[in-house]
Write a protein that binds this ligand. Structure first.
Ligand code: SAM
Length: 353
């Protein structure tokens, strides 16, 4: 069994033949525990409005260059029908923390979607009140994604200014989602300034303590119009982010994300783990595929209509800006078959062992 020290050693490993062993081990465990199916979740970015000031995110409330949109009911339901047509088992509705998304309005869409296409529904709409989360669950939502981004409390507070009068505790939020009955997903970004190897190991250990159904990991990609991105890219800005001693800062690259996926698979064998868009953005040629070969078993093709997609700029040059949902669906099938894998049927929820 991997303990924290072993996780740290693997995270620091740079020998390519050793890493090859790690990725092959994780791929074997993936095969034994969740099989060879790759589940497709159609990602619909329903709103770019956000009340939060997350220092890394391009749609944060303070970014005046961000273009704001909110999809309407008909557009959302049309996208769900499109997802069903491509054979996806799940639709993921993601957005900024947008209080223009009224609880009853979203509950009505969830009910209509369930009745219309019957797909599994995942929500990722930020921190909402318990009564709203319960309403959406009762309306038919199955899953909820809320990344804790980092398990280091001081770093968390630095990059997530609380709402006025608010107090941040995402771990407690995740536990509440589980109590309500959602399949709960979380995850982290890799390469946040101030994130050390030890802290990243703590993140991975926390995944397993939280008994998560879904775990998403992606590299942090600097957005120039955010406090963290401006500091990273141009060394400017009002907030100074931590600088760690030489060799201690986790790099925000694809290889580190692959290591985290592999270690996560080993510690959480039956969780659903996506090969994320952020990885594909850093490595367009083979990033998504490589993620699937070191432990991941989920892909989230983008279903957002083209006119909105470019407005949902959480980081620049997202891989999914160029691929239409239809082309993506066809290409994925071919590329999975080349890997000896196949598209999963049905909702693709977590099957506990
Ligand atoms: N508002 C919801 C929330 O906060 O959970 C969902 C939307 S939020 C944009 C989805 C995820 O995008 C975040 O959990 C974060 O990990 C990721 N993200 C945001 N900005 C990013 C960046 N610059 N690089 C990589 N990932 C980023």
């Amino acid at each position: 069994m991997l303990d924290r020290d072993a996780v740290i050693a693997w995270l620091r490993e740079s020998d390519q033949s050793r890493l090859f062993e790690l990725f092959a081990w994780a791929d074997r465990v993936r095969h034994e525990s969740v099989g060879d199916a790759i589940h497709l979740r159609g990602l619909l970015e329903v709103s770019s409005f956000c009340v939060r000031q997350c220092a890394y995110c391009g749609i944060n409330a303070t970014n005046r260059t961000a273009r704001r949109f909110r999809m309407d009911r008909d557009e959302i339901l049309a996208a769900a029908r499109e997802a069903k047509g491509y054979g996806y088992g799940t639709i993921v509705m993601q957005g900024g923390e947008d209080y223009g998304i009224k609880a009853e309005w979203m509950a009505d869409i969830i009910r209509a979607m369930k009745q219309d296409v019957g797909l599994a529904i995942t929500l990722s709409l930020g921190e909402r009140r318990p009564d709203e989360l319960k309403l959406w669950k009762e309306a038919g939502a199955d899953r909820y994604l809320l990344r804790f981004e980092t398990s280091d409390p001081a770093l968390y507070r630095l990059i997530h200014p609380a709402l006025p009068g608010g107090f941040e505790d995402r771990i407690q939020q995740i536990r509440m989602l589980q109590e309500i009955g959602y399949e709960a997903g979380s995850g982290v970004m890799v390469g946040i300034p101030g994130q050390s190897w030890d802290s990243l190991a703590d993140d991975i250990m926390l995944f397993s303590t939280l008994d998560l159904d879904m775990i998403g990991v992606g590299p942090y990609i600097p957005h120039p119009d955010t406090p963290m991105g401006a500091w990273m890219l141009e060394g400017r800005g009002e907030v100074a982010f931590p600088k760690l001693p030489e060799g201690e800062q986790v790099p925000g690259n694809a290889e580190t994300a692959f290591k985290v996926i592999a270690l996560t698979r080993l510690l959480c064998p039956d969780s659903n783990i996506p090969s994320t868009t952020a990885i594909a953005t850093l490595n367009r040629e083979g990033g998504r595929r490589q993620g699937l070969m070191c432990g991941a078993n989920v892909v989230m093709p983008n279903l957002t209509p083209a006119k909105y997609r470019e407005c949902y700029e959480i980081y620049p040059n997202k891989a999914t800006l160029v691929e239409t949902a239809g082309v993506c669906a066809r290409n994925l099938k071919d590329s999975f078959e080349q890997m000896g894998r196949f598209i999963g049927s049905g909702a693709g929820g977590r099957v506990r062992h």
